[in-house]
Design a protein around this ligand. Sequence first.
Ligand SMILES: *Cc1c(COP(=O)(O)O)cnc(C)c1O
Length: 376
Amino acid sequence: MIPFLDLKAINIQYRNELITACTRVIDSGWYIGGNELAQFERDFANYCGTSHAIGVANGLDALILVLRAWIELGRLRDGDEVIVPANTYIASILAISANGLTPVLVEPDRNSYNLCPDKLQQAITKKTRAILPVHLYGQIADMPAIMAIADAHNLLVLEDCAQAHGAIAKGKKAGNWGHAAGFSFYPGKNLGALGDAGAVTTSDDQLAETLRALRNYGSHEKYKNLFKGVNSRLDEIQAAMLSVKLKYLDQETDHRRQIARIYTDNITNPSIDLPVDQADLSSENCAGHVFHLYVIRTDSRQALQKHLALHGVQTLIHYPIPPHQQQAYAEWNDRNYPLTESLHREVLSLPMGPTVSLTQAQQVVQAVNSFQGQGE
Ligand SMILES: *Cc1c(COP(=O)(O)O)cnc(C)c1O
């Protein structure tokens, strides 16, 4: 079976370095808020091109805490509207609700599945205060257009970069386009820890300072509490693991792109739609997309998934139920977002990752091309 994602194979490549880093932390006697975190925060901010990276416990907290910090700083308040793509992973939306803000769902662009600037523009009301674009599946959203709209309407922009470490548009990386960005280092993400971890990137000094307090009980200085904060920290062991893996991120991304290239160039099955790499629309290279996922579409998904399993190819669905149809958002269950709903019915993710071999990718291509469609 070609696994969808082989985490063990990914981490075993760096086993010796990871163990050395782990031993260093154990022997240091310092486990929270030390040199490992400071080093990773500097390296990751450098990597993204921002002034700051602030480590937190996970990606959802990164998003929650940025919005919370903006509330503390008086830039957002209860009931303000935040525009978010309807087809995102639910965490983006949970971060908005968790802060008493109002999520405004908009349908995505039909080619990139990312926030569509025209529909974004139409969704702006007098109460709109922020935009939460998601770089879904590893492809950066149309940030030049989104930032132009944000500037024109004086809106804050929080990028959800959980799937887009290193994605780039016009030479600027994901995490450096908006006023702040949330990253997840969940083990299966492109930059994955060996447990939960996350970070915020920003070049706003005041926001960075507020976040450093919020993640630590609201305290800037020991035993002085400026805010009613939380405990959401990125611990030393995970920071040390991430520093090892950050060095290999670009190399791993190149490999993901190679696998994607094999899929895109060789899958010819007419019943299947391939991802549109927007960078390809204007240039020869596909530099923008980091292929967290390689997501195809078909109206006979169930049959295709079964066919692929029979041919030794494991696939997953990202995601089977859209947020507005979840019980958690019962208040939205009677709404219709036709494009979002069709995506959730039709998408299928092929094996993708730094340890999928070129031969395995060719086998996936053959299995996909041998699918006969509905009647099978
Ligand atoms: C994974 C993910 C998150 C949440 O990250 P966690 O670290 O799991 O909390 C948020 N948004 C998107 C788009 C994600 O894929």
